[in-house]
Ligand binder design. Structure first.
Ligand code: ATP
Length: 235
């Protein structure tokens, strides 16, 4: 479904992503893990089109999208939940969710999709008339994911979904991510919480200074001694 071929991204003269090649197959959950500054968020921005690539190709659903505008990538079926969430603070929960559907051509099943989001996140239903900016961190994360789902993505990009969340919310968010995947959405996820990410992912890539240094199934990487030492906090 998604293929990156030798992709590099620069910020001025700094190379944040250095010749990255990887794939995500339809139906998978794939995780990118790595230390701060490894280039994970930059990779996500390159895929969603927020950040231009300097070299390489990005192919989605059999078509090259390397230079396609970000909003047109949403129309093609790529939706990103950015790091820091990006909830519209002055809009209600319901209005935020509605914004997620702006790029959709078929607006017929909006109510059904809204119902689906409220089923996944009953808390959002309770708070539907509350301003987005007054939600707790965990609730804002739910809202950001719900808003991305309103675009009916084929591929959902999640940047640090567990960041800043209390332990019980982390479990819940990952359970919901698995559920979204089981309902047919392919997922690429960036995480500092390698333990959770690897236990939920079909496959994962380990990034260091903009390069892939290791890949395997989630289970293989959970058992890998260098991954354990560097990312799971166990020697
Ligand atoms: P983290 O887990 O800390 O979010 P990351 O793996 O997502 O890290 P990126 O945010 O992709 O890493 O950053 C990769 C590199 O690019 C870092 O060295 C960072 O300082 C640099 N970088 C990121 N954004 C910018 C920017 N807007 N301008 C200049 N350099 C940037």
């Amino acid at each position: 479904m998604l293929e990156l071929d030798d992709v590099s991204v620069h910020y001025g003269r700094i190379q944040a992503v250095a010749g990255l090649s990887f794939t995500v197959a339809k139906g998978e959950i794939v995780a990118l893990i790595g230390a701060n500054g490894a280039g994970k968020s930059t990779t996500m921005r390159a895929i969603s089109g927020i950040r231009p690539v300097s070299t390489g190709r990005i192919v989605f659903d059999g078509e090259e999208i390397t230079r396609l505008r970000a909003d047109l990538r949403v129309v093609r079926g790529i939706s990103q939940v950015p790091e820091g969430r990006g909830v519209f603070p002055g809009m209600t929960v319901a209005e935020n969710l509605d914004m997620g559907a702006y790029a959709r051509k078929d607006r017929n099943n909006l109510q059904a999709d809204l119902d689906r989001v409220f089923e996944l996140f009953p808390r959002l239903h309770e708070r539907r008339s509350q301003a987005g900016g007054t939600l707790s961190g965990g609730e804002q994360q739910m809202l950001a994911i719900g808003r991305a789902l309103m675009a009916k993505p084929k591929l959902l990009l999640l940047d640090e979904p567990s960041m800043g969340l209390a332990p019980q919310f982390i479990q819940q968010i990952f359970r919901i991510i698995t559920e979204i995947n089981e309902q047919g959405t392919t997922i690429l996820l960036v995480e500092q919480n390698a333990q959770q990410a690897l236990s939920r992912a079909d496959r994962a890539y380990v990034l260091e200074t903009g390069r892939i240094v290791k890949t395997g199934t989630g289970r293989e990487l959970l058992a890998d001694s260098s991954v354990k030492e560097a990312y799971l906090g166990v020697a």
